[in-house]
Design a protein around this ligand. Structure first.
Ligand SMILES: *Cc1c(COP(=O)(O)O)cnc(C)c1O
Length: 240
């Protein structure tokens, strides 16, 4: 990789500023169309595969929430950006042997999809002396594949998180199924969210919507959108 010159940094800053403005406009337009206030939707920038220097530039442009999906990449990036006061969201498949590391920098773990993970996260949070906000990742894919708990298992998992020391139940997260209209899937997610909130009223987060489908997610009540490509540009195909 060639080191960035200061003019390269300025160009990248301009590019990120333009992208950020465009994403914020899309969010505002989708909120207006849905009769929602734009401040009801939180933008989480997904910085996977992009360098810490980009995270730093985005923070300078006012972004406060960033997400990563691999601990090996996230841990050093979060350490490099520790002075920025960002909230780090973990959004990838999480192995229990990575939980201790993730609990040291993440404020939100969006991809909680099984009991074993709840127990590991609780232990790690207690050891770190911090509270981890957890979202239940829901599988909206009837054919399975993109991770997450089956809808039928979500209420029990939510109860477990709510009852675990060191954890706080924030709500739900999902990825729209591939090759389907996202909207019916996001509507299913909204219904599950209503069921969870009937028992856990504080679990208000619905994290749904990415670069390609944030409008559909906002129309269906998403409170958090996770945007990578539209903010930072394309990634290599290998990483998805
Ligand atoms: C990569 C990723 C995103 C962002 O996807 P884009 O299409 O690049 O906006 C959102 N959520 C999760 C879980 C991801 O892994």
């Amino acid at each position: 990789m060639t080191p960035r010159t200061s003019s390269g940094t300025a160009a990248r800053q301009d590019e990120l500023a333009a992208n950020l403005a465009e994403v914020r406009e899309r969010i505002a337009a989708a909120c207006a169309a849905a009769g929602r206030a734009p401040e009801d939707v939180t933008l989480v920038g997904v910085t996977k595969t992009f360098p810490a220097s980009d995270v730093r530039l985005l923070a300078g442009l006012g972004l406060t929430q960033v997400a990563e999906n691999r601990d090996q990449e996230a841990a050093p990036k979060a350490a490099e950006c520790a002075d920025l006061g960002l909230t780090w969201h973990f959004v990838g498949q999480l192995q229990t042997n990575k939980v201790k590391s993730v609990a040291s920098y993440a404020g939100v773990v969006q991809s909680v999809d099984r009991s074993r993970l709840v127990r590991a996260l609780s232990q790690a949070a207690l050891r770190e002396g911090r509270t981890l906000r957890c979202l239940v990742q829901v599988s909206l894919d009837e054919k399975e594949g993109r991770g997450g708990a089956a809808p039928a298992d979500v209420p029990a998992l939510a109860d477990e998180i709510a009852g675990a020391q060191g954890l706080e139940l924030g709500g739900l997260m999902a990825v729209a199924p591939l090759g389907e209209e996202p909207r019916p899937a996001f509507e299913r997610l909204a219904r599950i969210g209503n069921e969870v909130r009937a028992v856990h009223p504080a679990a208000t987060i619905v994290s749904a919507g990415m670069s390609g489908d944030l409008e559909a997610a906002i129309a269906c009540g998403a409170t958090h959108v996770r945007v990578g490509t539209a903010l930072l540009g394309g990634r290599s195909a290998i990483v998805r």
